[in-house]
Design a protein around this ligand. Structure first.
Ligand SMILES: *Cc1c(COP(=O)(O)O)cnc(C)c1O
Length: 499
């Protein structure tokens, strides 16, 4: 018998922890209701996508906080104070003039799901921490695999986003190559001597996380070979084949090709069908980075743009971009689930092998994370509530807007259009009278708009020249909004040109 100390101090923490008592529920209700009110009031007061506050002023305001108080304050007061400073100086992603980055306004069903996710606080690493959540996520992954034409032997895992999914694709490609061609287990033995000759091919406009993953995987950025793109910013299949031949001639070992379905700057989609044929013929792992363009898979009108994606060994898809999910939510998909064996580990405390006998699935074996949020629920609830048809309509609205925007820019002699959009990214620049000033003027146009807070637009570089970019993810943005922003760009450009 355990003997309990006579006077065990009894403190209940009911107001602090969500649990099973009236006091706890009351505190929770009040806290969540207030957070909602603050957010709604904030949106109601927003006339522009950013306050325009400078980094210095913002730092000065935030530095006044005591970040580690000994004694807490009333939550209402804390939320009010924090909301005033943080919310008022945040970027309003739902504002029609917030058109920078692949950063979406979140759909309401997913926000309700977030309340459940945080309140339940399931952890997706082992079945005994998540039960129903594990099964639901698995089924959701099966469904997502089917969108991309993957069959019964496919599998996948929810991830924090494209960065993690691309890392996983290249991790498995690397380990599979060593196992198959060198009879070497990198998981057990570390990198083989041949690793310095491993090469990864991708387009010159592929996402930087391909280089990042190569570095993290011990191959170095030098392992990434950029293949030239055509005028539509898509990998040239001819150049890809030539590069492969040249690398083999030099004694290099191409372990993976990364194709992009929706490049971050241009939304361009590499010729997936041809690339997958090349990868198959050469026996090289094909990873498709569909972080951005993967959403086209659910659009009847545009899914043909992804033709050939089912030939990929692995796919990265993000839900916190064109699927309108709150950050973070992405998935890594694997054509043949057996390849997950390459990274499988067992730990006695978390996922003992005996769990399988009891029909318990521990998702930790497929993830590079251990403790992991139940983000699959957001996508599930979104699809249940909104349905494929309407979600696709939201996406299609933004694609049409991008096309109309490109037409406006093309017909304007003060502006230069770079790409006709495949998805919803439009790259262009203001053309000043003196073209030598174009770089500094375009850079200043963007900073001016951010500084006044009237529009948040993006910037990129092509051949050392500065360009402006709209990523038109928000279905609330209309052509009228776009015209207003373009007008302001021209006005600011003109003033700067006359200086
Ligand atoms: C956004 C993006 C990534 C990175 O994904 P995160 O979700 O930000 O980690 C990778 N590739 C492409 C093409 C992207 O657009």
């Amino acid at each position: 018998m355990l003997s309990l100390p006579e006077n065990l101090p009894q403190q209940c923490f009911d107001a602090e922890l969500l649990g099973n008592s009236e006091a706890s529920w009351a505190a929770y209700r009040e806290a969540i209701a207030l957070a909602q009110e603050l957010l709604i009031n904030h949106f109601a007061a927003q006339s522009q996508p950013y306050s325009g506050t400078s980094p210095e002023d913002l730092a000065a305001t935030l530095d006044k906080f005591n970040y580690f108080p000994k004694v807490g304050k009333n939550l209402q007061q804390v939320l009010h104070t924090t909301a005033k400073i943080i919310l008022n100086n945040s970027v309003v992603v739902s504002h029609p003039a917030c058109v920078a980055h692949l950063h979406c306004p979140p759909v309401i069903p997913a926000l309700a799901a977030e309340v459940l996710i945080s309140g339940m606080n399931q952890s997706m690493d082992s079945w005994d921490q998540s039960a129903a959540a594990t099964h639901l996520e698995q089924q959701m992954i099966r469904e997502v695999c089917a969108w991309f034409g993957y069959g019964e032997v496919a599998d996948g895992i929810f991830t924090s986003g494209g960065t993690q999914s691309n890392f996983m694709g290249l991790l498995l490609a690397r380990d599979r190559f060593a196992q198959k061609h060198l009879n070497w287990s990198i998981q057990q033995q570390g990198l083989p001597p041949e690793a310095s000759r491993f090469r990864i091919l991708c387009s010159e406009v592929a996402h930087f996380t391909v280089r990042q993953a190569a570095a993290q995987l011990g191959l170095g950025e030098k392992a990434v070979v950029a293949v030239a793109v055509d005028t539509g910013y898509r990998i040239s299949a001819v150049k890809l084949q030539e590069t492969l031949e040249a690398l083999k001639q030099e004694g290099c070992l191409p372990i993976a090709i990364v194709a992009t379905a929706g490049t971050t700057d241009f939304g361009s989609i590499d010729p997936l069908q041809v690339i997958s044929e090349i990868a198959e013929k050469e026996g090289i792992w094909l990873h498709v980075d569909a972080a951005y363009g993967g959403a086209l898979a659910i659009c009847d009108r545009y899914s043909h743009l992804l033709r050939g994606i089912d030939g990929a060994d692995s796919i990265a898809v993000d839900f916190h971009k064109l699927f309108y999910q709150p950050i973070s939510c992405g998935a890594f998909l694997l054509k043949n689930r057996l390849n997950f064996e390459l990274i499988k580990l067992h730990t006695d405390y978390l996922n003992p092998e005996s769990h399988a006998e009891f029909g318990m699935v521990d998702l930790v074996t497929k993830s590079v994370q251990t403790t992991r949020r139940f983000d699959g629920l957001k996508l599930f609830i979104t699809l249940q509530a909104i349905g494929q048809k309407q979600l696709a309509e939201m996406i299609e609205t933004t694609i049409k807007l991008a096309q109309a925007t490109a037409n406006l820019i093309k017909d304007d002699s003060d502006l230069e259009l770079v790409n006709f959009p495949t998805i919803n990214a439009v790259v262009f620049r203001y053309l000043p009278g003196e073209i030598e000033l174009a770089n500094s003027i375009n850079q200043q146009i963007r900073l001016t708009l951010l500084g006044t807070g009237e529009a948040v637009i993006a910037q990129t570089q092509i051949n050392h020249n500065v360009y402006l970019k709209f990523t038109l993810l928000n279905p609330h943005t209309t052509l009228t909004h776009v015209k207003e922003i373009l007008q302001r760009i021209k006005e600011i450009g003109q003033v700067l040109s006359e200086k």
